[in-house]
Structure formats: structure tokens, C-alpha cells
Ligand binder design. Sequence first.
Ligand SMILES: Nc1ncnc2c1ncn2[C@@H]1O[C@H](COP(=O)(O)OP(=O)(O)OP(=O)(O)O)[C@@H](O)[C@H]1O
Length: 307
Amino acid sequence: MIQLEGLTRRWPGTTGAAVSDLDLHVPEGTSCALIGPSGSGKTTTLRMVNRLIEPSSGRLRIAGEDALRQDPVRLRRGIGYVIQEVGLFPHRSIAENVATVPRLLGWPAARIAARVEEVLALVGLDPARFAARRPHQLSGGERQRVGVARALAGDPPVLLMDEPFGAVDPVRRRQLQEEVLRLLKQLRKTVLVVTHDVEEAVRLGDAVAVLRDGRLVQHAPAAELLAKPADGFVAEFLGSDRALTRLSLFPARVVRGEAAAPGAPLPAGSTLRDALAEMLARGTRAVPLAEGGSVTLERLLDHAAPG
Ligand SMILES: Nc1ncnc2c1ncn2[C@@H]1O[C@H](COP(=O)(O)OP(=O)(O)OP(=O)(O)O)[C@@H](O)[C@H]1O
């Protein structure tokens, strides 16, 4: 788990703090997305957790240990870090890039080689095709996958991600988000992810923390945040389409007693938001599901306006 208590960062020569008295708890095996306007302190917060930025005051516990008393270099070897620009070494092969942390950890060569193959496969890159290439021989999306593989290579319990899919086009982005999310859940990583994209935040975060001027204004499960923004600032930041965004959190499933509607069934893995889009496109009040039964407009309204 990651636990921030009163964490604060002041920059020399500035009035006020970039991050002020921040309390945040990310339980083990869960993810928290940090969102907020530009300059609200998201990246500063993230980089205080791996101490690329030293906190001015406050406490930081990672996996039960006082992280501010640990040697920062050793601390970082236990924390995966994924950034938008990926930051791969351009003159080293993909395999060498992925091997960075295991090598620093002093693993034997055979174990490193096996691990490189394993994590490349985990992120959907065939080691036989990619291991020997240089970063410039990959697409942006493939490089991003390498960034995730590299962060996972040393099997750290904690992962920090800063706009991890910012450089990926919107279509591949959703696919990559879903794959990485599935992977992180399967590996039970504790994750703190920074994004400016509300949809990405609710998709990746079990909980979402909203920052404003370096202060935490709301920290709640994604569905609760979208249903009940704490104030006008949060509501505006989440956008007037937040009820629509919320529908994307719920899978389209059969509710007993609903007869099958006519027409082509929704593809497997569709969300209630996809169901609404289909209803609008077809001009119907219900769409059928492949497993039988339907999603109805009434059901969508129940989810969009919870009690
Ligand atoms: N090295 C630095 N020296 C002085 N001030 C800094 C430094 N780095 C960041 N800041 C200031 O700290 C505040 C928070 O910056 P931070 O990068 O954490 O915001 P952010 O929410 O991640 O923004 P963005 O979404 O634009 O990346 C900003 O006012 C920024 O100008």
C-alpha cells in the first residue's frame, strides 16, 4: 500500500505549496487515479512517492515502511515508474531496456533473460520479434508497452504511472488501458496513476483523487465521484457528461425478466454506455445481449441517477 500523510512540497522562492498537506491512502492491490487541472500538483505528488522530488514535510509509507528513511535509490528499485515519454535508452535493445532494474538488482543473467521474455509476453509483445530491436524501430504504442514491461521487470509491488498512454492514439489507447488494467489486477499491483483525462481516470482507478491548487478536494470510488461530486469545482472538472462517463463503468449484463429485444446483439464486453449509444443509433429503448435478454433504457436511467 501507499500512504501519504500531510505530504507537502514547497518550491524555493514561491509562496504557497505546490502540494499541501496531502493525505492519501492507496490500499494494497488497488489503483488510485490522480486528476486535476494543469499545475494542481499531480506530477509533484507522484514524484514525491518515488522521491524524485523530496517532500518538504509530511510522512510517506510504502508497503508498511517509512519511505522517507530509506535510501532513495534502493526505494526506487522497488517502485515501477511509467511516464508518457517512456524514457527508453535509444541505443540499447528492447531486451536491454527491459532488463535495467533486474540488472541493478544483481539478478543472474539466466534469470534476467527469462524475466525479459516473460514481461514482454505479458504486455503483448512477442519476444522473438521485439527483443533485439532498438526503441526507434517500434510504434508509439509498442514503445509504451515496453515502458510498462520495463516497470514490471523487477516485480515491484508498487507502480507509478504519469500519463502512461498520453502518446497513444485514442483507439489503441482504450485497448492498451484495458490490457494494462487487467494485467495490473492479475498481478495485484498497488498503483498510483496521473492523468488529465477523466475517462482514463475512472477506467484505471478503483478510486479517484481530485487535486486543486495542491490540495485534495475529493477522494472516492470512481462511480461515487461521478454520481456525487463534492462541489461545483469537481462537478465542472468532471464535465457535464459525467453521467454518461459513469455508464461506462458498468458492464452491459442481463437482468432477469427482460425479454430479448429485436436486432443484432451487443458485442461481448460492452458497457452500459455502449448500450446507450446503440439505442440512440437504432432509435430503440432496448438492445439485446448475446447471452439472451436485453438492456433497457429504464435500466440505464437507474444507473445514471443513483439514489
Ligand atoms: N522544479 C520546479 N520548480 C518550481 N516550481 C515547480 C517545479 N516543478 C513544478 N513546479 C510547480 O508546482 C506546481 C505543480 O506542478 P505539477 O507539475 O505537479 O502539476 P500537474 O498537476 O502535474 O500539472 P500538469 O497537468 O500541467 O502536468 C505548479 O505550479 C508548477 O509550476
